[in-house]
Design a protein around this ligand. Structure first.
Ligand code: SF4
Ligand code: SF4
Ligand code: FES
Length: 520
């Protein structure tokens, strides 16, 4: 834990972490210093002057908070009249040529300029001359749409492409009121993280073509979640909205800060993967292609499992640890072999040195910790000999149709417990719909051994049943995710001391997970 220092803000004593600048340190204790250009991932640029504060120790009358580290005994002034005047002056300067776009701007409701104007200014414009006009609706590539008139020239987007993606597609060209952010002629944004620019732009100058005009942000419920797009398990916000009588719909994912996992950013594929949670969902139980009641489907599955001589169960590497545990238990109950085969989730060469991983499975570490075999050899042998396959949401054709598996699947009686309508489930004689990851809670472990917990974010008119609940209906004993933990803790050494309810937002880095041992 970092050392604490005491300082005084407007005469009031506060204790904050040392080693931080005033903006970050005071934010933790609930004190906001307005700012545009500073971002913790990009550092202090000092160009906007919105963060000027007073320090009573003989320094110049005002200093930028973004460049001022906290010090023991420091006396910080935030509310003096001359500081308020500077804040109003900076806002008046920023607003000279700013279009009054708020009613049609996607950023309205989460815009720093709008909020600061309401909190620190409320002055009327004194400008008598015509506003400078600049480019609007400019396609910068990668789904980023730029509005030059709304830009406050904080430079965050430019620094993002230079410091984070190191692709440098953006620059600020010209000077004074002709200055604007631009791409280079014929060279649009071309990196797999570009939509983070939309998140970090403090105003509505960078918008996403995917989200533009689809929903007002104040209608969105913003729940923390974990991206299941690859084994990095980036922290996200799931922004969703449920209209009266309708189902909950996800409108976007945004990056959530987790310094243990993804820092401040996520990749564009993961960001846009929210659409998969809304679309192509399996919503009805089916028997030989005909819609049946869910309870009837459960009865049919039970009967077939009871009759099967050599059942084989397949679990998805995206399932939560608790779901894997519950399926492992009912596999034992029915004397079934269990596989977590998922080679198709690995896209060789797709990953990079930053966040994106070749392995698109969100919880392969969970399979490893529970010692669930995910080798091709074991699964192929099992498939050749089984008389009933029960597939728990494993998209065996994730990376493309596997012809060898397909011909075996076509010959095998199978049951699919699936959240989406996918080709791989077409050969199943019974289909049971199940929840996808935004619709249940649980834990997953990422490629770096960070155990993270996530909660159910979406609520539907007819909530799809979680895999865990389906295993209970098939005779298992686990009611919900917390009930899986006593067994998990007994079996997996590196999880023995974990309290699942006390996993912090940034997760827990597991130690010695190689020494894990699993009971019979
Ligand atoms: S587009 Fe946004 S992030 Fe980029 S300089 Fe302008 S205000 Fe800053
Ligand atoms: S890097 Fe992986 S986990 Fe992170 S946002 Fe992208 S797909 Fe999702
Ligand atoms: S945030 Fe400090 S000068 Fe911009």
């Amino acid at each position: 834990m970092a050392e604490l220092v005491k300082l005084f803000v407007n005469g009031q004593e506060v204790e904050v972490e040392s080693g931080k600048n005033l903006i970050d340190a005071l934010r933790v204790v609930g004190i906001e210093i307005p700012h545009f250009c500073y971002h913790p991932a990009l550092g202090a640029d000092g160009n906007c002057r919105m963060c000027l504060v007073g320090i009573e120790d003989g320094r110049p009358p005002l200093v930028p908070a973004c460049k001022t580290p906290v010090q023991e005994g420091m006396k910080v002034l935030l509310d003096a009249e001359h500081i308020k005047k500077i804040q109003r002056d900076v806002l008046e300067f920023e607003l000279i040529n700013h279009p009054v776009d708020c009613p049609v701007c996607d950023q309205a409701g989460e815009c720093a300029l709008q909020d600061y104007y309401m909190n620190y200014s409320l002055d009327d414009s004194r400008m008598q001359v015509a506003q400078v006009t600049k480019g609007k609706r400019m396609d910068f590539g990668c789904g980023v749409v730029h509005d030059q008139e709304r830009c406050v020239l904080c430079g965050r987007c430019v620094r993002f492409t230079r410091q984070i993606t190191k692709t440098g597609e953006l620059g600020i060209v010209n000077r004074t009121d002709a200055a604007r952010v631009s791409i280079f002629p014929g060279k649009p944004l071309n990196n797999r993280y570009a939509l983070n620019i939309v998140d970090i732009c403090p105003v509505g100058a960078m918008t996403s073509s995917d989200f533009r005009f689809r929903q007002r942000v104040w209608f969105l419920k913003k729940d923390p979640g974990i991206c299941h797009g690859c084994s990095k398990g980036c922290a996200i916000y799931i922004d969703h909205h449920r209209e009266k009588y309708k189902d909950d719909v996800i409108y976007r994912y945004r990056a959530r800060t987790n310094l243990n996992v993804n820092g401040y950013f996520i990749c564009d594929d993961g960001r846009l993967s929210y659409a998969g949670e809304n679309e192509n969902r399996q919503t009805s139980a089916l028997a030989d292609g005909a819609v049946i009641g869910f309870d009837e489907g459960i009865e049919l599955v039970r009967e077939r499992l009871d009759r099967a001589r050599k059942p084989l169960m397949l679990i998805s590497p995206d399932c939560s640890l608790e779901q894997m545990w519950a399926v492992q238990r009912i596999a034992t109950l029915y004397g079934a072999e269990l596989s977590g085969y998922s080679d198709n989730y690995i896209i060789d060469g797709d990953g990079d040195e930053y966040l994106i991983n070749d392995d698109k499975a969100a919880n392969r570490r969970g399979l490893e910790l529970l010692e669930i075999d995910f080798s091709r050899a074991q699964f192929l042998t099992g498939l050749q000999h089984t008389d009933l396959l029960v597939n728990f949401n494993n998209d065996l054709f994730f990376g493309g149709v596997d012809e060898e598996l397909k011909s075996l699947l076509d010959k095998t009686q199978s049951i699919a417990v699936c959240s989406h309508q996918l080709q791989v489930y077409e050969s199943a004689s019974i289909v049971l719909p199940t929840a996808s990851y935004s619709e249940y809670g649980g834990t997953i472990i990422n490629e770096d051994n960070v155990l993270q917990r996530f909660e159910k974010a979406l609520f539907k008119n007819e909530d799809p049943k979680d895999v865990l609940e389906i295993t209970r209906l098939l005779g298992g004993a686990i009611n919900d995710a917390p009930h899986a933990w006593p067994g998990i803790k007994q079996s997996v050494a590196c999880l023995a001391d974990i309290d699942p309810q006390a996993i912090p937002a940034e997760g827990i880095k597991l130690q010695n997970s190689e020494d894990t041992n699993v009971g019979a």
